[in-house]
Design a protein around this ligand. Structure first.
Ligand code: SAM
Length: 220
């Protein structure tokens, strides 16, 4: 339960020296640099590991509720750092309940990318309030994302895909990327190819449904 992990009382209370120790030691750039990518419900961390080398200058973090899965990702990062000196210093993971604590971790406009990849579907209507994409939670994500920042969602559950798309479509602070923009974004292919869930779905020949939106300033 939540009582087993610490929660920072505000974003300025997050101790980044724990997450990015080498960056904290080697320069003071960490003081000006902030985490920009958040992978929510990161699972085993496949996406983050790919992003870490694709965006070596960007700090990124996974948020994961399950203790053992979080520990696995931590160990995975430690091993990669050992085997590849100087690399993977920009990636970390934290155990937390993202549905409650995103505002404790990120300041207004801090993030440039948020990922919600293959989230739990919570099929029953009475459980829709547990879905990680909802009109209410999108308000929080819009707050944490900078204008121009991008929210990536993907699922193999068609009904959930429609739900995430309609929540984003109905929100005044998000607009869908055009097909051209999707084609030009190298991250889009990773949603399936780099995540453990996405790989499972492709092995089984399953379909996926994605909704990728940009944070905008609403017209007044
Ligand atoms: N994104 C990964 C992927 O695509 O391979 C993992 C997908 S997995 C089906 C969903 C993950 O979300 C699980 O690891 C689960 O523990 C995590 N999760 C569910 N609810 C969460 C919450 N409230 N906060 C953080 N993580 C959560």
């Amino acid at each position: 339960s939540d009582s087993h992990f610490p929660v920072p009382i505000s974003p300025s209370h997050v101790d980044y020296s724990v997450h990015y120790p080498q960056l904290c030691l080697s320069s003071d750039s960490i003081n000006s640099k902030k985490v920009e990518f958040a992978d929510i419900g990161c699972g085993f961390g496949g996406l983050l590991i790919s992003l870490a080398t694709l965006f070596p200058e960007t700090l990124m973090i996974g948020m994961e509720l399950r203790d053992k899965v979080t520990e696995y990702v931590k160990e995975r990062i430690v091993a990669l750092r050992k085997a590849n000196p100087g690399r993977y210093q920009n990636v970390s993971v934290v155990r937390t309940n993202s549905m409650k604590y995103i505002p404790n971790y990120f300041q207004k406009g801090q993030l440039s990318k948020m990922f919600f990849l293959f989230p739990d579907p919570h099929f029953k209507e009475k459980n829709h309030r547990r879905r990680v994409i909802s009109p209410h939670l999108l308000d929080e994500y819009a707050y944490a994302l900078r204008v121009g920042g991008i929210i990536y969602t993907i699922t193999d559950v068609e009904e959930l895909g429609e739900w995430m798309n309609s929540c984003l479509d109905g929100h005044p602070m998000f607009e869908a990327l055009t097909q051209e923009e999707l084609d030009a974004d190298p991250v889009v292919n990773l949603l399936s190819s780099a995540t453990e869930e996405g790989q499972k779905v492709s092995r089984n020949g399953g379909q996926t449904f994605q909704a990728i939106y940009r944070r905008i300033t609403p017209l007044s």
